[in-house]
Design a protein around this ligand. Structure first.
Ligand SMILES: *Cc1c(COP(=O)(O)O)cnc(C)c1O
Length: 387
């Protein structure tokens, strides 16, 4: 059976050149980069290169990059780090209702520890209004956290505008940019972002490595205490395999991303056209233009997403219902709900996220399989009336 992977927003396959680049670090390059002797020295240079590679892709400086264990850790570190550092100045945090659980659940945790969090609503496309951000700021506000690209819909947030507001009011801005990296260009300096989260396994690197960008001059509390690694910002002997892989993945993005994203966007548009031609009662969720080139979130009226996902899986096609982080729960997606989509339609929504390994044949295969499955599931639905 053909196997097609359309869940690249959940995780991506490792790029073959990334795999090749890390192999020596599972063998002869085993040293601890903090060691003074040859084994440490052999490795230290590669650590510095990886940091430069990670910095360059977002327009930052090497010393502004902190390697972490995941996008989730980066979110935690940014938000708790600012909250603990600035608690004497204020206890108010502003975020949105459509953030990743790495942000939302960190904010909920802080609420239990005496912080006050404003969860701003979004419009029907999933976009927060910068004016709402401005109005929510009060003298106790210490942090704004708004994601750049939503993982479920691909919708892009007006981070540049929010950055200007944050700067005008002297409030720090964190952005979860895990989904944005590699899919749209990021120039961290023009966006006026102070802290930003990234993850290796969303950019064709391995799981278990992330980056937190901390703008020069910004001091936040450390969450992991121990040795002096990462300039004292995050202790623990460096995950050289993950770090080298992250750097290599960024270097590859630099040469491949423009062409790849153009190609992937064409595939996605072909897929969307095909679906709308062949199937009635389909709605596109998220903003039609202001979104990532690879993501498609669709509601199929009178179809249960879970059943659709399982039927597609039986044909070798991997998609997701909502996000990987919330699947397994029967709750409708918090992102789609926040956009005002009725619960029934939320539970009829799937996310298709393409990646560099996908090609025309994958899309054609999907378009031959999908209509029959949707038809069969609808015929089983008591609410579906034909014609
Ligand atoms: C995947 C994802 C994360 C979490 O990254 P991990 O490395 O899996 O912890 C955070 N935010 C967004 C938007 C994501 O898509």
């Amino acid at each position: 059976m053909r196997k097609v992977y359309f869940d690249n927003n959940a995780t991506t396959p490792i790029h073959p050149e990334v795999k090749q680049a890390v192999e020596p670090f599972l063998g002869e390059l085993f040293g601890n980069p903090s060691s003074i002797h040859w084994a440490g020295r052999d490795v230290k240079g590669y650590y510095e290169i990886a940091k430069e590679q990670a910095a360059r892709i977002i327009g930052a400086e090497g010393h502004e990059i902190v390697f972490t264990s995941s996008g989730t850790e980066s979110d935690n570190h940014a938000i708790k780090g600012v909250a603990y550092m600035k608690r004497d100045r204020g206890n108010h945090i502003i975020t949105t209702t459509v953030e990743h659980p790495g942000v939302l659940n960190t904010c909920r945790y802080l609420e239990k520890r005496g912080f006050d969090v404003t969860y701003l609503p979004v419009d029907r496309f999933g976009i927060v209004d910068p004016e709402d951000v401005k109005r929510a700021i009060k003298k106790e506000t210490i942090l704004i956290s708004v994601m750049y690209a939503n993982n479920e819909t691909g919708t892009l947030m007006p981070i540049g505008e929010i950055g200007e507001i944050a700067r005008e009011y002297g409030v720090l801005l964190h952005s979860d940019m895990v989904q944005a990296l590699g899919k749209i260009p990021i120039d961290i300096k023009t966006l006026n972002v102070d802290l930003a989260s990234f993850s290796g396994h969303k950019i064709y690197g391995p799981k278990g490595v992330g980056v937190l960008y901390i703008k020069e001059g910004i001091d936040i509390d450390n969450l992991i205490h121990g040795g002096h690694q990462e300039q004292g910002r995050r202790a623990g002997t460096e995950n050289m395999v993950g770090i080298v892989a992250f750097g290599k993945a960024c270097e590859l993005l630099e040469c491949e991303m423009d062409n790849e994203n153009e190609r992937i966007e064409k595939l996605r548009e072909k897929m969307l056209r095909g679906i709308l031609e062949k199937i009635e009662g389909v709605r596109l969720n998220g903003h039609p233009e202001l979104r990532l080139p690879n993501t498609l979130n669709l509601s199929f009226e009178h179809v249960e997403a879970e059943s659709l996902l399982i039927s597609l899986d039986l044909q070798g096609i991997a998609v997701s219902a909502g996000s990987a982080c919330s699947s397994g729960s029967t709750e409708p997606s918090h992102v789609l709900m926040a956009m005002g989509i009725p619960p029934k339609l939320c539970q009829s929504s799937i996310r298709i996220s393409l990646g560099r390994q996908n090609n025309e044949e994958d899309v054609e295969y999907f378009l031959t399989i999908l209509p029959g499955i949707v038809k069969r599931l609808r015929e089983m639905s008591p609410f579906y009336k034909k014609g």
